[in-house]
Design a protein around this ligand. Structure first.
Ligand code: ADP
Length: 277
């Protein structure tokens, strides 16, 4: 269980970036976190995997407190983080070396490393890229390699910090399909930080982060209904789409099409139409 309890965090003693954050995530569960720029999403992602320590409150991973320096490597091997920009994560020259990098760092035998690299390449359908220099990969391929590298570490929990936002629709679809397959087969828990409909569609619970606090945490259905009640037209549209989708075979394609317009733009456009503009 990944447990966040009454978490507060500040970079600067004058102002809290996060406060009063409480939630738990069992392995196998999927939590989506949405929120505007500057609301604290990346800070929360870093706290969940022990890259930052709480100012107050606690983050524990399978019972290990992330402030416990003796357990920090164990925590980091249990929680995998994928950044927004694929460039920020790649450290090695070729794809196979990149996937092996973390595995070497945790001291696995060369046979085990080879086995896991082959498995990851296969699962993410990137075996053809095995010896390709990383600097020749597209952004989508780089992000697939990043996720494949994280999964090769066999984390119990994975945190994706807007990891699909710089990808084109085809690369995104590819990545989401591979991710869902992996989550189903490994039973890992997922924290998916994203404002994209198709991403948080994977998650059964959604939290809304506003000004460093969760203003909402509930099921996806409750989230949509609440926003609809609050007069957010874009989510009304989403609800409508959901009804439509029950008659479609590939709902993901439709979500991807809608996501080509980001949520805020759709909301603004609908508001303009609503006001007769
Ligand atoms: P989000 O991911 O939702 O855009 P962040 O977690 O990146 O939000 O940032 C939350 C707030 O913390 C912002 O006001 C940002 O300026 C501030 N912040 C982020 N990183 C740092 C840092 N390293 N030092 C000081 N302030 C930071």
């Amino acid at each position: 269980m990944l447990e966040v309890s009454n978490l507060r965090f500040n970079y600067d003693p004058q102002a809290s970036v996060l406060s009063g954050i409480t939630f738990s995530l069992a392995s196998g569960e999927r939590l989506g976190i949405v929120g505007d720029n500057g609301s604290g999403k990346t800070t929360l992602a870093r706290l969940c995997c022990g890259l930052l320590s709480p100012t107050d409150g606690s983050v524990t991973v399978d019972g290990m407190d992330t402030r416990d320096n003796d357990r920090i490597f164990a925590v980091r091997s249990k929680v995998g983080l994928v950044f927004q920009d694929p460039e920020d994560q790649i450290v090695e020259t070729t794809v196979e070396r990149e996937i092996a990098f973390g595995l070497r760092n945790i001291g696995l035998s060369s046979e085990e490393i080879e086995k896991r690299v082959a498995e990851s390449l296969e699962t993410f359908a990137i075996a053809h890229l095995r010896v390709r220099p990383c600097n020749l990969l597209s952004a989508g391929e780089k992000q697939l390699v990043n996720i494949a590298s994280v999964f090769a570490m066999r984390p119990r929990y994975i945190v994706l910090d807007e990891s699909t936002s710089l990808l084109d629709p085809v690369a995104r679809k590819h990545l989401l399909i591979a991710l869902e397959r992996l989550l189903d087969s490994t039973g890992a828990g997922l924290i998916f930080i994203s404002n994209r409909l198709e991403d948080i569609w994977l998650c059964e619970r959604i939290a809304l982060l506003e000004g460093g606090r969760f203003s909402f945490l509930g099921t996806r259905q409750e989230f949509l209904e609440n926003l609809l009640k609050a007069g957010q037209p874009v989510y009304g549209l989403w609800l409508l789409l959901k009804k439509l989708m029950s008659h479609l075979t590939d709902s993901r394609d439709l979500l991807i099409a809608c996501d080509e317009f980001d949520a805020v733009s759709i909301a603004r456009a609908l508001a303009t139409i609503g006001s007769g503009g």
